[in-house]
Design a protein around this ligand. Structure first.
Ligand SMILES: [Zn+2]
Ligand SMILES: [Zn+2]
Length: 258
């Protein structure tokens, strides 16, 4: 048995050469590798350089409908949304949910925040922490609260590359991930978390998803780093939602933003 789905892949809708392939190319590779489901999850709207434009969502949806006619594989449309402030603001609005099958959330550089103060205190501050390999206790606490608020106030299906480029208290985040049914990603190319942190998530009852984070078609379904971590840490298959099974996402039970 094996991985049956890849829920984190980028296409050319992640603009300016960031994503390399078309939707059809990603879908073709997924199908040829025997996956039963793939999600196209380009960078979110406040990523002004690389992100998909809101107006392109409709275009991507039409492309998916067309591609689905040729490949017998389930194709989902999503975004890898951005956490954009220390209050846990996310760059999606209520209206976006109805156009998306799945919502991923991660921290990324060069996204537009909610104010100048947050741009510096949250986005740039975390970039500096990453460069100097040091995150103060205070900043870590801020980041942790941001993630907790984001999960409570938005319907997030998957946290991508947690603890990569934005350090949090993984245990605290994991408790709320469990409470809000938010999956934790074991990313195929950058783990972010230490083995101890991954194990802590497991002990707290979180479920994992293993994804490629492919930015080119050939990497779709390539999840080695995540798979190796699961094996090494003896995470049972039952804790990995896309291993031997296909999960359901929050799409149909979207709640109003609180
Ligand atoms: Zn990402
Ligand atoms: Zn990504």
């Amino acid at each position: 048995m094996a991985l049956l789905a890849d829920y984190h892949t980028h296409t050319k809708y992640s603009r300016n050469g960031h994503g390399k392939g078309t939707i059809e190319e990603n879908v073709r590779v997924a199908y040829n590798k025997g996956l039963r489901q793939i999600a196209l999850t380009d960078h979110g709207f406040n990523q002004k350089l690389y992100g998909i434009r809101r107006k392109d969502i409709e275009k991507a949806r039409a492309e998916i409908e067309d591609v689905k006619e040729r490949y017998p594989i389930d194709v989902l449309l999503g975004v890898e949304a951005n956490i954009i402030s220390s209050h846990g603001d996310v760059d999606i609005v209520e209206d976006d949910y109805k156009n998306l099958d799945i919502v991923l959330l991660g921290f990324h550089r060069f996204v537009k925040s909610t104010s100048k103060r947050e741009q510096f205190g949250f986005i740039i501050k975390n970039i500096l922490c990453e460069i100097f390999h040091h995150t103060s206790k205070k900043q870590k606490e801020k980041n942790t609260n941001a993630y907790i608020n984001a999960m409570r106030n938005y319907d997030i299906d998957i946290l991508t590359h947690l603890n990569h480029a934005c350090k949090v208290d993984v245990e605290k985040v994991a408790r709320v991930a469990k409470e809000t049914n938010t999956l934790i990603e074991l990313n195929g190319k950058r783990l972010g978390m230490t083995d101890e942190e991954i194990l802590k998530c497991y002990e707290l009852g979180c479920k994992f998803v293993i994804d490629s984070d492919a930015h080119s078609p050939k990497r779709v379904g390539e999840c080695n780093l995540g798979l190796q971590a699961a094996l090494r840490l003896r995470i049972p298959d039952s804790a990995i939602v896309n291993y031997n099974e296909i999960p359901t996402f929050k799409k149909n039970k979207r709640k109003k933003r609180s």
